[in-house]
Write a protein that binds this ligand. Structure first.
Ligand code: XBP
Ligand code: MG
Length: 254
């Protein structure tokens, strides 16, 4: 079946947003609230096993701040912290501090030019997606995507397949007509469970995770002057991943 759409994960895939983005925004929200919580780089890496900011905070409370579990309306408290975190994150995005990863803008433009459709399937909050696209790609970039499936739009976050299934439904396409781009094991489990062939571009937080089932695992999508190191699976024809590579890989997978 021929390739009709590219479905991108956001955090870690479009940009390295976690360590110097979301993590700092969480810590700023904790400080604002007078909490002495501080997620260092290592702690945050472990917390990333839990997808979703609100879910991540609840997990942290359950495992590291059990006394806080007695807080009345804990859900509302977490929601308020998360809203503050989202504000801080938006401010950070507006500074342009979180650039897209190598090859992302190139591949998006190539796909658009070729008439392929674009979609997003992510765990993060919708405004974080549009903010990143606007400030790190182009002001009108959110409109390049037919579907932005994000955050609480589905009840079960990755590694459940729900957000990918939702994106497929909105695109009115079947899984074999699409390819997913992910950076993490949780993301890969989600896209594969939805039946979508998946390319993984790993990063400092996800390198070493189990990417069994991925079509190709690379260090990045690469650029002509910045070769993409292939870790396992299919190799791009050049030093960087092109639309032709994705088409071939999808054809071979179906
Ligand atoms: C990554 C996530 C998100 C972000 C935080 O999702 O797990 O939870 O860390 O975003 P993906 P929120 O890789 O699927 O984009 O705080 O807005 O949940
Ligand atoms: Mg991700």
């Amino acid at each position: 079946m021929s390739l009709r759409a590219l479905i991108f994960d956001v955090d870690g895939t479009l940009a390295d947003t976690e360590r110097d983005g979301h993590r700092l925004a969480f810590n700023a929200a904790f400080r604002d609230a007078g909490l002495d919580w501080d997620w260092d780089v290592g702690t945050y890496g472990r917390l990333l096993d839990v997808t979703g900011g609100k879910e991540r905070m609840r997990h942290y409370v359950e495992h590291h701040r059990p006394a806080v579990l007695r807080t009345p309306d804990l859900g509302a408290r977490i929601a308020a912290l998360h809203a503050a975190k989202t504000r801080h994150y938006g401010e950070l995005l507006a500074t342009g501090a979180l650039p897209l990863r190598p090859g992302v803008a190139r591949l998006l433009l190539e796909a658009r030019t070729a008439g392929l459709r674009l979609a997003i399937a992510t765990t993060t909050t919708p405004e974080n997606v549009t903010g990143l696209l606007r400030h790190s790609l182009a002001d009108d970039a959110p409109s390049w995507f037919d579907v932005i499936a994000a955050g609480d739009i589905v009840a079960r976050k990755k590694p459940a397949p729900d957000v990918y299934l939702h994106a497929l439904e909105c695109l009115r396409l079947t899984a074999p007509e699409c390819i997913a781009l992910e950076d993490s094991e949780n993301g890969l489990r989600a896209s594969l469970a939805a039946g979508i062939a998946t390319v993984v571009t790993c990063n400092d937080y996800t390198r070493g995770q189990d990417f069994t089932g991925a079509v190709s695992v690379l260090e990045s999508l690469g650029e002509p002057d910045l070769p993409a190191r292939c870790v396992s699976g299919r190799r791009p024809q050049r030093d960087y991943v092109t639309l032709d590579d994705l088409r071939r890989w999808v054809d071979a997978a179906t």
